[in-house]
Design a protein. Structure first.
Lengths: 323, 343
């Protein structure tokens, strides 16, 4: 018996619908017998009649409606069919949900699920990672779970939190990542990074699917005599600077890996904070790897070079270790 | 089925019996006009930072939007809805506190002017991005349906400018798909800031869009209070009774700039001669005089009472402290423990 990252997301939603009558799911194709483009809501419409609702192709209105419902005491989960399409709801997410508590003192407990990240052949409009954009704006929590267990417990936590949460679930991990069973206990709280692998020579900070590329590199470099520490941020906002700094204090070297575009963003933020607050811990200039500064290519040959992977990370790690 | 009320060919003061809530509505209009004229003076005198946005010429439509809503209904007013906000129950001091930047206002200095509300009291706080509040109102109504509430409605205000946004279109379509009891009142005041109708839309009549959205559509003379009360009141009643969502398109002229920083020099003389350019407050007062609904002394008393209420609200806000930057916690989320600890 094993459970995938995608099944964990479905199970978390089933539990939320079961345990909390304020929860409903709103999105394109989530209802009926279809259960979503990725089947993250499969069977839920039947199990919870009237609470898993198909919407028109209207991302702005989907989120607007979720905001209105949340103000009136509901706990909506909005599924974006692809993270990329959430760009047409940016106004509602950033300007309405993100400002509401600050302006009115009334929090907006919505969860917006974003199927993120690249899978080959998906091209410029079905592959994006949007966490850095959402993290840039005030008023939002941005989760980026990398494990099956976190996918489950963090989604439950997202809906419990009184503030708007952008929950970035990685499409590559949907089927590739498996665990033996769902966690029975609460996970680590959001805002705490997790050291997935301890090491003394270099720290790789990653989140979402890049955590697994980093772990592969850590495995590979054992053979070369290096111990790489891998920090899984789990959420890019709030960012657990403390855990990262403590790790860099031990290793003296930092590499940050993220799948979003390179200008600014989560990896730049980590390096900025470490440089400002932990400059003296560093034995070498901190480095980062992101996707390239072009739209995400369709062809697998191009796509494989656009997105960071274990090979690129390993090369950069070796360079950094030589410094 | 589309139901379109006959368009009034010519706007004249109603000689027929006025609406039963005419005088009540008139007093809210008078209060809004009195308040906003005072806010304009304060702005010109440098006592208000940012801007002042008034509903001059749109009070009849606005008051009708607020007047027929009951406790438990949802109201999403927009920029020119002081009359409706007051009629719905917004305390006058909320307005003056927000404009004058009191720390005790609903926005506590964090937002200003017309960007205010009390969401817990079902007064939604508009954002500047037009059209966005339609779907928010739809969602609030969905929640009420989930809670099993009955006999509620929502009313969302928009202008002909905001009607041209994608967000508005999405919200309207969603309202009809969800069949929520929503009334959308769109006031065509003939200018989106400085842009006249011919560069805003090319359809014959904005109300024709109702059928495309799956709404029932009505037009109303926004300068005629009785007409506004009848048409908007009936739309609210129909929505409450479970009819499809209702669109009311009102015609009027914005008798001010977009904000008080704007002298509206682009409004042509020809435009000012149009029937829809009539001042709804003056027209309503003329009806009162013509039909002898109350005597001149009563009218004067009402005016003085409105002025006194406004003075009181301003005086209260003026005495209150402004927000202080070093007392602000600078945290944009309610879950303080999850605030990003950025240096």
């Amino acid at each position: 018996m094993s459970i995938t990252y995608l099944e964990a997301i479905r199970e978390a939603q089933a539990k939320l619908l079961r345990d909390d009558e304020r929860v409903f799911i709103y999105g394109e194709d989530v209802g009926g017998t279809f259960g979503g483009a990725f089947k993250a809501t499969k069977g839920l419409a039947k199990e919870f009649p009237g609470r898993v609702l198909n919407t028109p192709i209207s991302e702005d209105a989907m989120v607007g409606a979720a905001i209105g419902a949340a103000i009136q005491g509901m706990r909506p989960i909005v599924e974006m069919q692809f993270a990329d399409f959430s760009s047409t709801a940016l106004n509602q997410i950033l300007n309405n949900a993100g400002t509401h508590y600050w302006r009115t003192n009334v929090p907006v407990p919505i969860t917006v699920r974003l199927p993120c990240g690249g899978t080959k052949g998906s091209g410029p409009f079905h592959s994006q990672s949007m966490e850095s954009i959402y993290a840039h704006y005030p008023g939002l929590i941005v989760m980026t779970p990398a494990t099956v267990e976190d996918a489950y417990t963090m989604l439950i936590e997202a809906v419990t939190i009184d503030d708007p949460v952008v929950y970035c679930e990685h499409k590559y991990l949907y089927y590739h990542l498996k665990a033996d069973k769902l966690p029975t206990e609460e996970g680590l709280p959001t805002g705490q990074a997790r050291i997935l692998r301890e090491g003394r020579d270099l720290t790789i900070v990653a989140y979402s699917a890049m955590v697994h590329e980093a772990l592969a590199v850590a495995d590979e470099l054992i053979g070369e005599g290096f111990e790489i520490e891998v920090v899984d941020l789990r959420a890019v906002k709030p960012l657990d600077t403390e855990t990262v700094l403590a790790s860099v204090a031990r290793t003296g070297r930092l590499l940050c890996v993220g799948e979003s575009f390179p200008w600014g963003g989560a990896t730049a933020e980590v390096i900025s904070r470490v440089t400002s607050e932990g400059f003296h811990f560093l034995d070498a200039a901190p480095q980062r790897i992101n996707a390239k500064d072009t739209p995400i290519p369709y062809h697998p040959n191009l796509w494989a070079a656009h997105r960071p992977n274990a090979k690129m990370i390993a090369e950069k790690t070796r360079e950094l270790l030589r410094e | 089925m589309l139901q379109t009320a006959p368009r009034r060919k010519k706007s004249t003061a109603s000689k027929a019996a006025p609406h039963e809530r005419f005088l009540e509505a008139f007093r809210w209009m008078l209060l809004a006009r009195t308040l906003e004229e005072k806010l304009v003076s304060l702005y010109r005198g440098g006592l208000i930072t940012g801007g002042v946005y008034v509903g001059r010429g749109q009070e009849a439509v606005s008051v009708a939007c607020g007047l027929f809503l009951q406790k438990g209904d949802i109201f999403a007013p927009l920029i020119r809805d002081q009359a409706g906000r007051s009629a719905f129950g917004e305390p006058l001091v909320d307005v003056t506190r927000t404009y004058l930047g009191s720390r005790q206002g609903p926005m506590r200095g964090r937002d200003g002017n017309i960007h205010r509300g009390r969401p817990r009291d079902n007064q939604l706080a508009m954002i500047s991005h037009l059209g966005a509040m339609v779907s928010v109102t739809v969602g609030a109504l969905l929640a009420k349906r989930f809670h099993g509430e009955k006999n509620f409605v929502g009313l969302s205000c928009i202008g002909e400018g905001g009607m041209q946004t994608g967000s508005f279109h999405e919200g309207m379509n969603l309202a009809a798909v969800e069949q929520v009891p929503l009334v959308v009142v769109a006031t065509n005041n003939h200018y989106a800031y400085s842009t006249p109708n011919d560069r805003e839309f090319a359809c014959h009549d904005l109300v024709d869009r109702a059928i495309g959205y799956g709404f029932e559509g009505y037009t109303v003379d926004g300068t005629d209070l009785t007409n506004c009360l009848e048409v908007i009141g009936s739309a609210v009643k129909r929505a409450r009774a479970g009819r499809p969502p209702q669109l009311v398109v009102a015609s009027t002229l914005r008798l001010s700039g977009h904000g008080e920083h704007d002298d509206a020099s682009y409004v042509t003389d020809e435009m000012k001669r149009q029937p829809f350019a009539r001042d709804c407050l003056k027209a309503a007062e003329q009806t009162i005089v013509d039909l002898n609904l109350v005597d001149a002394e009563t009218l004067r008393d009402w005016r003085e009472e409105a002025a006194a209420q406004v003075d009181q609200a301003i005086s209260t806000a003026q005495k209150e402290a402004a927000p202080e930057a070093d007392e602000e916690d600078w945290c944009a989320i309610s879950t303080r423990a999850l605030g990003d600890k950025i240096e």
